[in-house]
Design a protein around this ligand. Structure first.
Ligand code: BMA
Length: 424
């Protein structure tokens, strides 16, 4: 720690170290040797203390920072023939009390590791609720809040509110969330499952699957987690796996969804729709299809709300394989274009996580890992993935933005329909 304080420019705000370490060199040393120590554009400066950091001396704009980085990259490339690459960063907020456990030094597959105390939510967690799984959580003040799929003992799923200080141990309300209409009158869905929870500007949105003369998407909003107001159903049946982006893009709300059929849907691609007001949805685009890879060869669907990074939107989704003994649900990863997220920039051909542990292989529906949320810390790049396991438990897995983006890029295969804007 002390070493960091003397060597790193912690007295000025910075987004951490700015460039990746090029093999065989140090970015800071190259920048220093290129004569750029203290070089400044507007309020952005190559730190005088450690040239690997770009610091904000006061009023640096995003443009100052980008311009400075461009000059640094071209100068270093001109002098030494080495192209510096930017470190991958999460764009968003820092998380106090980030749930975390260190990973192994090496990985045989994707750099995603499970929490050693999984599952974090076991059977019969609440009175009259047999199982909680496929649920979404997020930071709330200095603590955490979540919306949980509670399978009642009568078999009907509803959404329950839970709170946690550490995002690992959860306390649930015994009563299901009581939804109301715009007039404040009770307005409960017939059933509700697979909720996602996303904050856009100052409002929290819950999006789930419900009955609308068949399985379709339901939606509600809250500002205080006391009053939950149902909104118009965004799409016609049949549809599942709706995932809202955490900010408007080009002025519109953006949502992923997976049109399907009335049953257990043996097909399905991810689509994207836009809305100026959350009332009318349109400008539908195709994002990505199932692929020839075995683990996502039957259907795919959105998972956690996309994470904004400087490389694009990082999406954890689920991919399904049909075996002679039923479906297997794995977790996949892709990076969508920042301004036009119907374009897939990178898509990992390998799964990131597939059922391997007892709580993923054994339960109400065996062999299911189903991601619904992440908690991600912009300061450190740490990511905690929350996933339903075997339609019975909640599991937690970890990665970091640089490890996972690097892995997705290195193992990326994008096909024709991925790179289109998805309009035909
Ligand atoms: C899907 C959804 C999920 C579930 C999965 C596996 O169709 O219903 O809620 O986890 O099947 O059963």
């Amino acid at each position: 720690k002390e070493k960091r304080i003397t060597k790193q420019p912690l007295e000025y705000p910075s987004a951490g170290s700015t460039f990746k370490r090029p093999e065989g060199y140090f970015a800071g040393k190259l920048i220093q040797d290129a004569g750029l120590r203290g070089f400044q554009v507007g309020g952005a400066q190559v730190s005088e203390k450690h040239c690997g950091f770009v610091v904000n001396k006061g009023e640096a704009t995003a443009k100052d920072i980008l311009d400075l980085m461009f000059i640094v990259k071209s100068t270093v490339n001109g002098k030494f023939g080495i192209m510096l690459e930017e470190e991958v960063k999460i764009i968003g907020e820092a998380v106090k009390n980030m749930p975390w456990q260190e990973g192994p030094a090496e990985f045989s597959g994707a750099p995603v590791w499970r929490y050693s105390e999984n599952p974090i939510i076991g059977r019969n967690p609440v009175k009259e609720v047999a199982r909680i799984f496929n649920s979404a959580v997020m930071p709330y003040g200095d603590e955490f809040i979540g919306v949980f799929r509670g399978e009642q003992t009568n078999g009907i799923p509803y959404i329950y509110l839970g709170r946690s200080k550490d995002a690992i141990h959860w306390n649930f309300d015994e009563n299901k969330i009581q939804f109301v209409d715009e007039e404040g009158k009770p307005f409960m869905p017939v059933y509700a499952y697979d909720p996602r929870l996303v904050k856009v500007e100052d409002t929290y949105y819950i999006i789930w699957c419900q009955d609308f003369y068949g399985a379709a998407i339901g939606m509600a909003k809250t500002k205080d987690f006391e009053t939950f107001v149902r909104m118009e159903n965004p799409f016609l049946p049949f549809n599942r796996n709706a995932v809202l982006f955490p900010r408007k893009i080009n002025g519109n709300f953006v949502m992923l969804s997976r049109p399907s059929d009335s049953g257990h849907t043996p097909f399905g691609d991810i689509f994207l729709s836009e809305s100026p007001d959350m009332l009318y949805w349109g400008k539908h685009r195709h994002v990505m299809s199932k692929s020839p890879e075995w683990w996502e060869s039957l259907k795919i669907g959105g998972g956690a709300a996309p994470i904004e990074t400087n490389e694009g939107w990082l999406l954890f989704y689920h991919g399904v394989s049909g075996t002679c003994n039923g479906y297997v649900y794995s977790i996949g990863g892709a990076i969508l274009d920042k301004e036009n997220p119907s374009i897939v920039k990178y898509r990992c051909q390998n799964f990131l996580l597939t059922p391997e542990e007892w709580y993923e292989e054994r339960g109400f529906v065996p062999n299911v890992t189903f991601p619904c949320a992440t908690i991600h810390d912009a300061e450190t790049g740490k990511i905690a993935i929350y996933y339903g396991a075997a339609d019975t438990y909640v599991g937690l897995a970890f990665t970091t933005v640089d490890l996972i983006v690097d892995y997705i890029k290195k193992n990326s295969v994008v096909r024709e329909s991925d790179t289109e804007i998805g309009r035909r």
